[in-house]
Design a protein around this ligand. Structure first.
Ligand code: ADP
Length: 452
């Protein structure tokens, strides 16, 4: 097992990783920007190193600085967390070259699954259903037009190196096509330094359903079921739940079998998530995230399995500590992302937290790094807490969610809890009658009637 792990991240996920390390008896190194000197995991870590200025480009994305901190403290592994450098193949390669273990998949898989076209082609070859569209990146607007005619409108342009929903543009009909194509290319260039785009058929009312997998280096691959992440705003997830209420057991068994076999065939090692759209009883693979995800906590509560612990064990060369038959899925789990944002305008709301009280009680988990008097800096992702609740069924889970959100107090900054609280009373949400576009329409309707 590792002796000392450097956590190359911040916020709640850094604290989550620190907790796993502490429980495993592994020493920890926290690295932080100037603004983050008072982060909770920095206080709790065995050692901490300031790696640069507030802007992430100089700190959390600064490979040289992170490596110096690892060398200085004698860390034998680096956990990249989520976002930042977690899917950066170059970073993983440099880390390995320095004799330090990157807690994540091989460089080869970071590269292949990081390219959305290669990922789709690879998965399609393994029998995983993919959304129809162009075979590769588009060379010209004429090629885009021909492809759209074959797949049928509406179509969606996506950046080959995209992420975070950027570089995506819809063309509803041929008249929209050229402009959407050019705009997607320009956005892709500006955000990812590469203007390559590809095309997919744009699905009108899909759910976003993703599957958590864990694979060790001995060919053992397990899945921990799915997460329904359809409640999104601007392609950013706000509520995640498991199980997905519209999937029955035969459907789940069939797709998880295909996924597990595909992951085994490509020789993937580590934790990962395969993201799908689901419409009219059919799955369409979109992409694979080759890292831990924010919403991993949902699957942990559903199965009782500590995903971060398994991830660290596997990276250290151990076998998975359980088999698929040992996984027990029990009850229903939901996660509410509490962001430091105005719940109506979604404008960021950084600042000092003047009063804080987190809900607790049976089957209520709060993953958060914030505390009374903590100042939410304006420089990073606005996530301040994840409220994760479990019930014996979906109705009990919703009731527990309402009670937990009612109990939450975060004064001094605005946050998205009131939005979640309202969604939990909405008949469509309660009945499970929603898709990835539902929240946008719900927000537009609410603004029209000024409900909040
Ligand atoms: P990113 O990596 O930028 O997050 P994804 O490919 O994961 O991009 O897509 C993000 C979100 O965009 C999805 O969760 C879904 O809401 C929407 N989306 C992606 N592809 C399609 C599609 N073909 N049709 C409809 N919506 C889509």
């Amino acid at each position: 097992m590792f002796n000392k792990v450097l956590i190359a991240n911040r916020g709640e996920i850094a604290l989550r990783i620190l907790r796993a390390c502490k429980q495993m008896g592994i020493k920890t190194v926290a690295v932080h920007s100037v603004a983050d000197a008072n982060l909770m995991h920095v206080r709790l870590a065995d050692e901490s190193v300031c790696i640069g200025p507030n802007q992430s480009s100089g700190s959390y994305l600064n490979i040289a600085s992170i490596l110096s901190a690892a060398e200085l403290t004698g860390a034998d592994a680096i956990h990249p967390g989520v976002g930042f450098l977690s899917e950066n193949a170059r970073f993983a390669e440099i880390v390995q070259e320095h004799g330090i273990k990157f807690i994540g998949p091989d460089v080869e898989h970071l590269i292949s699954m990081g390219d959305k076209i290669i990922a789709k082609t690879t998965m399609a070859k393994m029998g995983v259903p993919v959304v129809i569209g162009s075979d590769g990146s588009l060379e010209s607007v004429d090629q885009a037009r021909e492809t759209a005619e074959r797949s049928g409108y509406p179509v969606l342009f996506k950046a080959v190196n995209g992420g975070g929903g950027k570089g995506m543009k819809v063309a509803n009909c041929e008249a929209d096509l050229e402009q959407a194509y050019n705009m997607a290319k320009a956005e892709a260039k500006a955000n990812f330094g590469n203007d390559a785009v590809y095309m997919e058929r744009y699905l009108a009312q899909p759910r976003h359903i993703e599957f958590q997998i864990i694979a060790d280096s001995y060919g053992n691959v397990v899945h921990l079921g799915e997460r329904d992440c359809s409640i999104q705003r601007n392609h950013q997830k706000l509520i995640e739940e498991s199980p997905c209420m519209i999937i029955d057991n035969p459907t789940r068994d069939k797709i998880t079998h295909t996924i597990v076999e595909a992951v085994r065939s490509i020789g993937y090692v580590g934790v990962g998530t395969l993201e799908f759209l689901y419409e009219n009883g059919q799955f369409f693979f979109m992409e694979m995230n080759t890292r831990l995800q924010v919403e991993h906590s949902v699957s942990e509560e559903l199965t009782g399995i500590d995903i971060v612990r398994e991830q660290i064990r596997i990276a250290a060369g151990n076998k998975l500590s359980f088999r698929q038959e040992d996984v027990r899925f029990s009850g229903h789990v939901m996660e509410f992302r509490i962001n430091a944002e105005n719940p109506q305008s979604f404008m960021p709301s950084p600042g000092r937290i003047t009063e804080l009280h987190f809900p607790a009680g049976i089957d209520v988990r709060v993953d958060s790094h914030v505390y009374d008097g903590y100042v939410v800096p304006p420089y990073y992702d606005s996530l301040v807490a994840k409220i994760v609740v479990k019930g014996s069924d979906r109705n009990e889970c919703i009731s527990r969610g309402r009670a937990a959100l009612d109990e939450l107090i975060i004064d001094g900054i605005q946050n998205t809890a009131p939005l979640h609280r309202q969604i939990l009373d909405d008949p469509d949400f309660i009945n499970g009658d929603f898709n990835i576009h539902w929240l946008k329409r719900w927000i537009d309707r609410r603004t029209d009637h000024s409900v909040l």
